[in-house]
Ligand binder design. Structure first.
Ligand SMILES: [Zn+2]
Length: 180
């Protein structure tokens, strides 16, 4: 396994709509292993393939380090599609691609998700709480969107300097960042 550098705010790969996966070959199996290792090393709970520079519809999620989510096993989510949503909640988010920035974001509370797992088996499952939040955040990455784009204009103005600095490659993180 290998630690992959994480692409940050301003990098073109984070703005692209990622491509659907047709089958899980050895190359994608290896990428999944590397993404889990990269995420763990960065203390992340979700990571989308575009964040490691690969524009395909794949994410890994592992919230088991959070006390109330200990029972939830790590997940591989391929070609996700939200079928239904319920409710709306405000929750604080951060992003490994935007080091140091944390803000509260409104999103649906419960999602019904159709996706394929690591064996490319189709599944339909309902998620709520933190895991629902992480999946929605990562799904945005697959559509070339970042959570800071969901913030109101005042908050975005306040973050402008910080975001510009990340864009210039001045971000600091306790994990490996891709070079600008
Ligand atoms: Zn993110």
């Amino acid at each position: 396994m290998a630690i992959l550098p994480i692409y940050t705010y301003g990098d073109a790969v984070l703005k692209k709509v990622a491509k659907p996966i047709k089958k899980v070959d050895d190359k994608i199996q290896k990428l999944i292993d590397d993404m889990f290792e990269t995420m763990a090393q960065a203390n992340g709970i979700g990571l989308a393939a575009p964040q490691v520079g690969v524009s395909i519809r794949l994410m890994v999620v592992d919230v088991s380090c959070v006390k109330e989510c200990k029972h939830i096993p790590p997940m591989v989510i391929i070609n996700p599609q939200i079928l239904e949503t319920k409710g709306e909640v405000l929750m604080e988010e951060g992003c490994l691609s935007i080091p140091g920035v944390r803000e509260e974001v409104w999103r649906p509370e419960i999602i019904k998700l159709k996706y394929r797992d690591r064996d490319f088996k189709e599944r339909i499952e309902e998620f709520d709480g933190l895991v629902s939040r992480v999946i929605q955040h990562e799904l945005d990455h697959l559509n070339g969107e970042l959570f800071v784009e969901k913030l109101d204009s005042k908050t975005r103005r306040e973050l402008k300097e910080e975001l510009e600095a990340i864009k210039r490659g001045e971000a600091e993180a306790a994990y490996v960042l891709a070079e600008k």
